[in-house]
Design a protein around this ligand. Structure first.
Ligand SMILES: [Zn+2]
Length: 214
């Protein structure tokens, strides 16, 4: 009986996973590397729960489609071939490394060598060079060292991470100051303190309640 119940429960959970709608991160439009980092977020504030918007290969395809304009064309075909588990693994590993490096950068701590190695290894996947096209092609043709289109895109996100963490923009990298928020953003104007207006409102409401109680 118990076995039967457990099997039903597992069956139901599998069905839920299939029907699951990819959760949408509250913040996008930051540099590619940060948009990747921000695919894990807390829903529901201080006592909320951790949400992962990059849990399945199809989540990854949705994320890539949403960032198509910021991504290089890469070797033809990334839009027609669905992402596989190996691609998801690569993006999740890069995400973990970038999150650690963002944390260290904001805290002004030394970079973790293993995280650096993950980013640098991924960045090499974006190696490309221009070649002359055929007799009737006037412009250059971009060639990629890596034949797997999804891996080229992984490389492009890693390069975005290098530019973010080693370029001048690193001085404007911020962790959202709202309690219970784990998002990072590039301070687009001097007074920006929060990842989104939602976080700012939450902090203001909490402050208001505290003041009324005291
Ligand atoms: Zn926030």
């Amino acid at each position: 009986m118990i076995v039967g119940e457990a099997t039903t429960r597992i069956g139901r959970r599998a069905a839920e996973t299939e029907n699951r709608q990819t959760p949408r991160p509250p913040l996008t439009g930051e540099p590619l590397a940060l948009d990747l980092v921000n695919t894990t977020f807390i829903r529901g504030g201080l006592r909320g729960s951790l949400v992962d918007a990059l849990a399945t290969p199809s989540d990854l395809d949705l994320w890539l489609a949403e960032h198509a304009e910021a991504l290089p064309d890469g070797p033809a075909g990334w839009t027609s071939t669905p992402a596989a588990a190996v691609h998801l693994d690569g993006f999740r590993r890069l995400r973990e490394a970038l999150r650690e490096l963002c944390r260290a950068s904001v805290a002004e701590e030394p970079r973790d060598e293993r995280a650096v190695a993950v980013v640098n290894r991924s960045a090499r996947l974006a190696v490309n060079w221009p070649e002359l096209g055929g007799p009737t092609e006037p412009g250059p043709v971009v060639r990629w060292a890596e034949p797997d289109p999804h891996m080229v895109l992984l490389g492009a996100v890693a390069v975005s991470g290098v530019e973010l963490l080693a370029g001048p923009v690193r001085h404007d990298l911020r962790a959202c100051a709202a309690p219970g928020c784990i998002l990072y953003f590039v301070r687009s104007h001097r007074r920006r303190e929060w990842c989104t207006p939602g976080c700012g409102n939450r902090v203001r409401v909490a402050r208001h309640h505290r003041q009324r109680r005291s």
